[in-house]
Design a protein around this ligand. Structure first.
Ligand SMILES: [Zn+2]
Length: 549
């Protein structure tokens, strides 16, 4: 069979699969809980235990709201989950396994449990690195037939579950957004960004003379990429500066000025809109022209006709894009200031200072007011304290403050001891050692890991991280690159003693010794416990302590 024939056949077969899918008749492997009956119709697994397990999973999610909690619920009640392996000696058999998070998410995300037939939820993209599957948004699924067969939940519940899972992913994901206002007086909670590393800063409170005082703290980056504690900034001063700033901008005069600017901008936008509209008209004209050209060509003139058709298609696409872009931009620009908004703004400016100064206004409300106006606040503590406030809509304001010196009362003996111990120990470990040896802080308190971190910054001691880096230690990512393995593998090898590492903070993150000249290598089929570090990995400074934990 020639290459061309083969190609045509493949295309036909694919076409057949797709049209079957479109009608919902395509037989695909079913998730656990469903079977095909004799007429090839999808039915619920007649095994009542299978059905109940699946119903229990959905019920738990309804109640608990997170996939992780569902897994825990199964573990706590010692319940197993049905599974039918595909391929292998047990192909298609029903076995019972411990429910894991992957399986839970698979069930929750799978629309078949809501009785829907779907096809084309993933797409394979071929790249230089090989084929990669990626998920397609719901609007782009090839086929979605609701109510195609019996299910375990309704379509509405499925959609609701998707929404909740998405929310959970946002809340836990690396790019988590600012957090909603909580109790506690720190005005800028969830809005502060560290100007040194770009992470969001945390709020921690300490009690001084019976009052909760906030501090803004950046204790380094996310897991897997350890960084030293960047900044520790006393919160009270920052809060009062930002509060003052808000009171200044919320005056009737300031609002009047910004309204005038807005109107000026609006006039200019109309001009730009006219230009954009002309662009769309031009694209439409060109598409029409291409259509005419195609219509006029002799259909027997295949090559020419094909070229013209391609050209017409391209022009149509360009027109569609232009139209879409125009509509989108127009939506974005449509912020007209009407009389009603103007009056509302004026009342707000009068109410704002009153609300702000009222001692009965709860902290949470004051924080809400800040969020109405402020997008985020960036802090940098160097010779001066720099407070950079970004308002909604893009306006910014920067305030420089003299360095907020705190009265530091830590005994000198403690400071030098911390300095000495930092070479070999983490903050948490140092605190423990000082407490055991009877040292107390300037306020007569026991030490904790965070206090040691603060002493390190306030007395300008070199951080644990910097000390280890100076000794040539590598981060997790660097080590993974150096050995050509994944970061997970590096961690496994560290735990197995193949790599020597040192705790660099209290988040269980390590920095790694360079394993030259004989780095460990992948050895398929050899147990880790059999691969003694001495054989493959000669430590280059043998007097060092092994990893402290
Ligand atoms: Zn930082």
């Amino acid at each position: 069979m020639s290459e061309a024939e083969l190609h045509v056949m493949q295309a036909r077969m694919r076409g057949g699969v797709l049209s079957k899918a479109r009608r919902g008749e395509l037989q695909v492997p079913l998730p656990v809980g469903f079977l095909y009956d004799a007429q090839s119709q999808v039915m619920l697994d007649p095994d009542q235990q299978v059905q109940q397990s699946i119903r229990f999973l959905f019920e738990s999610f309804r109640r608990l709201g997170s996939a992780g909690a569902v897994v825990k619920a199964f573990r706590n009640t010692k319940l197993l989950f049905p599974h039918r392996p595909r391929g292998g000696p047990q192909d298609g058999e029903l076995i019972w396994v411990k429910l894991g998070i992957t399986q839970t998410l698979f069930v929750l995300h799978n629309p078949r449990y809501a009785g829907a037939f779907v096809f084309g939820r993933t797409r394979t993209r071929r790249t230089l690195a090989g084929a990669r599957q990626h998920k397609v948004p719901q609007e782009e699924w090839h086929t979605l037939l609701r109510g195609a067969h019996p299910g375990y939940i309704s379509w509405e519940e499925y959609q609701e579950n998707e929404r909740r899972l998405q929310e959970n992913a946002h809340a836990l994901g690396p790019d988590r957004r600012k957090s909603p206002p909580r109790e506690g007086p720190a005005l800028l909670q969830g809005l502060v960004i560290c100007g040194i590393c770009g992470e969001r800063m945390k709020v921690i409170y300490h009690v001084r003379s019976g009052i909760r005082v906030p501090d803004y703290l950046c204790d380094g980056r996310t897991v897997d990429d350890p960084q030293p504690v960047c900044q520790w900034i006393s919160g009270a001063q920052v809060d009062s500066v930002v509060g003052q700033l808000l009171l200044e901008i919320m005056t009737p005069f300031a609002i009047e000025v910004s309204l005038a600017v807005q109107q000026e901008l609006q006039a200019r936008l109309e001009e730009v809109d006219r230009l954009r509209k002309e662009q769309v008209e031009r694209a439409r004209y060109e598409a029409d022209l291409a259509r005419h050209r195609y219509m006029r060509v002799d259909p027997d003139h295949r090559l020419v006709a094909d070229t013209l058709e391609t050209d017409w298609n391209r022009k149509l696409r360009a027109l569609q894009e232009a139209q879409h872009g125009y509509e989108q931009q127009r939506q974005k620009d449509r912020v007209t200031i009407d009389e009603e908004l103007r009056t509302r703004l004026h009342t707000l400016t009068n109410d704002f200072p009153r609300l702000w100064h009222d001692p009965n206004t709860p902290d949470r409300e004051r924080k809400r007011l800040v969020r109405l106006l402020v997008e985020d606040v960036t802090l940098i503590k160097r010779e001066q304290l720099l407070i950079h406030v970004r308002f909604h809509g893009g306006a910014t304001k920067t305030v420089h403050l003299p360095f907020p010196r705190r009265v530091t009362v830590t005994p000198q003996a403690v400071v030098s001891e911390v300095d000495r111990l930092l070479d070999e120990h983490s903050y948490e470990a140092i605190a423990r050692m000082l407490n055991e040896r009877g040292f107390v802080s300037g306020y007569g308190k026991q030490f904790g890991g965070r206090m040691i971190a603060r002493i390190t910054i306030e007395y300008s001691l070199k951080s644990r991280f910097d000390r280890l880096r100076e000794r040539g230690m590598m981060t997790l990512n660097e080590m993974a690159q150096r050995l050509g393995i994944s970061t997970t593998h590096v961690k496994i090898w560290r735990a197995a003693g193949l790599l020597r590492a040192h705790l660099c903070n209290d988040k269980n993150e390590y920095l790694y010794e360079d394993p030259r000249p004989n780095p460990p290598r992948k050895a398929r089929g050899v147990r880790l416990s059999k691969r003694l570090p001495g054989i493959e990995n000669v430590p280059y400074c043998p007097t060092e302590v092994q990893c402290e934990a």
